[in-house]
Design a protein around this ligand. Structure first.
Ligand code: NAI
Length: 393
């Protein structure tokens, strides 16, 4: 089938299998050019392994740390005339290349919130990791979570709290600037978002692994957060997502206490804002992303998900002296370059001038769009997209 990019709003409806493999291989090649990660964990479970920070974690730890991995994700398989999702093809490409390099790479596809997937993971840890895991990376980004009692679903919503917010977004489907006024979230909406993107599920995964005696001595677990500058606070830190992230930060402290029995640690890592399937969905964030990309690329400090994850594992979590640098709230900060005042001053300058007519000239819209297309296997100049491709992988 000939696969072309089909975008609805900010969601990709198609993915190109060869292009997705190329995106994975580009990340692998970057990692292979870097020094090995010292003291890297050898048996790693990644929840949310098929894209964004989870996929880059998996690639960094496998190809610079010689780790074996179990990756959990929730992706769409190809069906009659319809491509699979990008994450589906990423999983297949990752497994192929990891196994060619002699590493174990188990893909478990399904709902990470379900008991069935937990059982499958515990069984895989028994089978492939001799019963123990050294690191759990918690990188889920989801909009829904089934309630544990089987009574319906929680649905997250990305909204401000207390005051309405005018969010400007660029529709990736038609490259048009759009403005929406978001009304403040209700208490129910805040609570549902915290249930999905907060720390409860992370903690319950670690509890499952403690109960199945799957936690190795010296175990670590890490989850990802965002804080961002003031310009993003109304829609992020001070909104529903921020409430969930604060809950995640608090969970890292309670988990850290629990893990002391295993000489283990739990950390939240604050990452840089980057284009992923999840982040383009956040209303109002795209103008900031475009301005940030422009400034950080010009400054030479722009990092991709892959570069961020390599820096996390090589320079923060698994260093030679085994000391993990954290801030006053025990957060690992790899948003440090983004948050520099000279970067933020330039970003604010661009944002103050940006409007529907000039956004593509003032900021790096092309860079953001290209990255979005590459995430879905498109915009690789080396690939002939007019050729038939087997989508059934
Ligand atoms: P992503 O959309 O690229 O990846 C999400 C992953 O979760 C995918 O592997 C997907 O298959 C998996 N997933 C979603 N629902 C699932 C379910 N029910 N069961 C199993 N797997 C499921 O997202 P991204 O951006 O990498 O986000 C990961 C984490 O990083 C999130 O906590 C996000 O808030 C955080 N983060 C993201 C930033 C960004 O700018 N993209 C910045 C800072 C933090």
């Amino acid at each position: 089938m000939i696969v072309e990019p089909v975008i609805k709003g900010v969601v990709a409806k198609t993915a190109h299998p060869i292009g997705c493999e190329k995106s994975v291989v580009d990340q692998i090649n970057y990692i292979k050019s870097q020094p090995a990660i010292q003291n890297a964990p050898k048996r790693v479970l990644i929840l949310g392994a098929s894209s964004g920070f989870g996929l880059s974690s998996r690639i960094a730890l496998t190809f610079a740390g010689n780790a074996d991995t179990i990756g959990v994700s929730f992706e769409r398989c190809p069906s009659e005339g319809k491509t699979g999702s990008a994450g589906w093809y990423n999983n297949a490409a990752f497994k192929k290349h990891a196994e060619e390099n002699g590493r174990i790479a188990v893909n478990i596809q399904g709902d990470a919130f379900s008991d069935d997937i937990r059982d499958q993971v515990v069984e895989a840890i028994e089978t492939y990791f001799e019963g123990e895991v050294d690191l759990v990376v918690y990188s889920l980004a989801s909009g829904v979570r089934p309630k544990p009692d089987g009574e319906g679903m929680w649905r997250s919503c990305i909204k401000p709290i207390n005051a309405s917010y005018k969010a400007n977004t660029i529709c990736l489907e038609n490259n048009e600037w759009q403005s929406h006024t978001l009304q403040p979230a209700s208490n129910d909406e805040i609570e549902s978002t915290v249930k999905i993107m907060g720390g409860q599920d992370w903690e319950s995964w670690i509890d499952t692994l403690i109960n199945s005696e799957s936690i190795a001595e010296g175990f670590n677990t890490v989850a990802f957060s965002y804080i961002g500058p003031e310009s993003t606070h109304p829609i992020y830190l001070d909104g529903t997502l921020g409430r969930a992230k604060i809950d995640l930060h608090q969970t890292s402290h309670s988990l850290n206490l629990k893990l002391a029995n295993f000489s283990g640690n739990a950390y939240t890592t604050v990452c840089k804002a980057l284009v992923t399937k999840a982040s383009v969905f956040i209303p109002g964030l795209t103008p900031y992303l475009m301005a940030l990309y422009k400034v950080m690329k010009e400054e030479g400090s722009h990092e991709t998900c892959m570069e961020q994850m390599y820096r996390l594992y090589a320079n923060k979590l698994y260093t030679e002296n085994q000391k993990v640098p954290v801030d006053g709230e025990r957060l690992i900060r790899i948003d440090d370059w983004e948050m520099q005042s000279k970067i933020q001053a330039q970003v604010n300058e661009i944002l103050s001038k940006m409007d529907q007519n000039n956004f593509a000239d003032l900021a790096d819209y092309q860079g953001v769009k290209d990255e979005f297309l590459k995430i879905n296997g498109f915009a690789h100049p080396e690939i002939d997209y007019s050729k038939d491709v087997d989508i059934d992988i």
